[in-house]
Design a protein around this ligand. Structure first.
Ligand SMILES: Cc1cc2nc3c(=O)[nH]c(=O)nc-3n(C[C@H](O)[C@H](O)[C@H](O)COP(=O)(O)OP(=O)(O)OC[C@H]3O[C@@H](n4cnc5c(N)ncnc54)[C@H](O)[C@@H]3O)c2cc1C
Length: 418
């Protein structure tokens, strides 16, 4: 079957791989010169099922209000801007800020994230794909006793849904990750270890997986900008691009934050809004002073991942439209915290800043599956966890297209929930 995948981020590329493995004739369209060059380029590098807690939660409306007046807040939100897509997304977000919805959304996300981690592990065993992966878990650190207590409460919920975490004292954190010794002197209340989680370079993975997909017959058409999608009689008929039209029997929409712009051509209203995030990547000059295990600083809302001889620091979220411009003032908190936690890693003169637009849904659950167009499937809206959920989501879409029953329950993952 001829299948066109729209988008060559980590999600579209993984989709293309599993479809090519099934023997389909796959073409991927992307406007960048290579795969993985937009939001999948320099993310936090974590395969973190442990981050399945949704943003929308009972405490969030009050918290977001306070953050509005804090320029370096981890989540920046300016509802007074003229931005109807944000208002519509924000209302749906508010509806998800109940205890019951937060639990349901956590369970749905965790279902995909845990499955995806398994699919990634199997893929790695079968293909020996290399992407600076580290499989020693993710360590969450807390600076204050009350935050640590909140973290333990979340851990109890995650454990009930199948993700166990180990509670560690500050000393145990340092024994596990000696690079935290400096932090322990200042403020470290304790930590939680998610032993089965991982880290690795999403860009390198995407590039390597694209090669494996090509080896299975997939074609990646890069530097091709999609203009619109056409449909007739309940089926998508063709994709119009700046380099000619593309026809196929089946289409998969994986355009990250840009998915709603093209779904709109078909009358589909996808509640995906860009949540801009930042990262810095620094060269490691003193390897012993750099963390090996991937770390989430739960107090500062930042993650640290080691990628070979580099350290990636990522965080912050800004709901400010489809604006991919880099604001140096948002990089500053990342740099400050990196110097504070790991002062000896680098002299921090050679720092590569980056920002990307997370395709966020109001309930933090991705949008996967069929649509009212018989030959159009959605694989988008992965928000903060697109790297974590890419392989599992792709496998689910390949199963649906093949007419196989997906290996996990897909209840609550489709767009019908909106
Ligand atoms: C700072 C930051 C840290 C993060 N950390 C993590 C993490 O630690 N773990 C994790 O799991 N996730 C993390 N994420 C989230 C993750 O990076 C995203 O969810 C994921 O990259 C989304 O992948 P995607 O393929 O859906 O989107 P993208 O990678 O953006 O891919 C979409 C593709 O569509 C193409 N495209 C768009 N419009 C057009 C058009 N008109 N024509 C042709 N092509 C088009 C783009 O070129 C792009 O390649 C982080 C994100 C950020 C910003």
């Amino acid at each position: 079957m001829k299948i066109v995948v729209l988008g060559a981020g980590v999600v579209g590329t993984a989709t293309a791989y599993f479809l090519a493995e099934d023997g389909h004739e796959v073409t991927v369209l992307d406007r960048q010169p290579g795969p993985g060059l937009e939001t999948s380029f320099a993310n936090g590098a974590q395969i973190s099922a442990c981050h399945a807690k949704p943003w929308a939660a009972p405490h969030m409306p009050a918290q977001a209000f306070l953050w509005m007046f804090q320029p370096d807040a981890p989540l920046l939100f300016k509802p007074w801007r003229w931005d109807p897509p944000l208002w519509s997304w924000g209302l749906k977000f508010l509806r998800n800020c109940t205890d019951a919805r937060a639990k349901t959304n956590m369970a749905r996300t965790l279902r995909v994230a845990l499955y995806s981690r398994d699919v990634l592990k199997t893929l790695r065993q079968r293909t020996n794909i290399q992407y600076d992966q580290i499989t020693e878990g993710i360590l969450h650190i807390y600076r204050t006793a009350s935050e640590f207590a909140n973290g333990r409460a979340t851990a109890t919920q995650l454990a009930a849904f199948g993700l166990p975490q180990n509670v560690l004292t500050a000393d145990e954190c340092v024994r596990l990750e000696p690079a935290l010794a400096h932090a322990a002197k200042n403020d470290l209340a304790g930590g939680l270890l998610s032993p089965e989680d991982e880290s690795g370079d999403a860009l390198r993975f995407t590039e390597e997986l694209a090669k494996l997909a090509v080896a299975r017959g997939a074609i990646f058409r890069q530097n091709v900008t999609i203009r619109s999608i056409e449909a007739a009689n309940g089926r998508v008929t063709r994709i119009l691009t700046d380099k000619g039209d593309e026809e196929a029997e089946v289409f998969v929409l994986s355009l990250g934050s840009y998915s709603p712009h093209f779904a709109r051509d078909l009358g589909l209203r996808l509640p995906v809004y860009p949540a801009k995030g930042y990262s810095i990547t620094v060269d490691i000059e003193k390897p012993a002073a750099a963390p090996t295990i991937s770390i989430t600083d739960e107090t500062k809302f930042m993650v640290f991942s080691r990628l070979g001889n580099k350290m990636r620091v990522a965080g912050t979220a800004e709901l400010a439209g489809w604006n991919a411009a880099l604001d140096p003032s948002r990089v500053e908190p990342l740099l400050r915290n990196a110097k504070d936690l790991f002062p000896a890693v680098s002299n921090y003169t050679n720092v590569h800043p980056w920002c990307g637009l997370r395709p966020a849904t109001p309930d933090s659950v991705p949008i996967l599956g069929a649509t009212r167009f018989a030959n159009l499937f959605l694989n988008t809206g992965h928000g903060t966890l697109g790297w974590t959920m890419a392989c599992g989501s792709a496998r689910i879409i390949a199963d649906l297209i093949a007419g196989r029953r997906p290996e996990i329950d897909i209840e609550g993952l489709g767009m019908e929930r909106f």
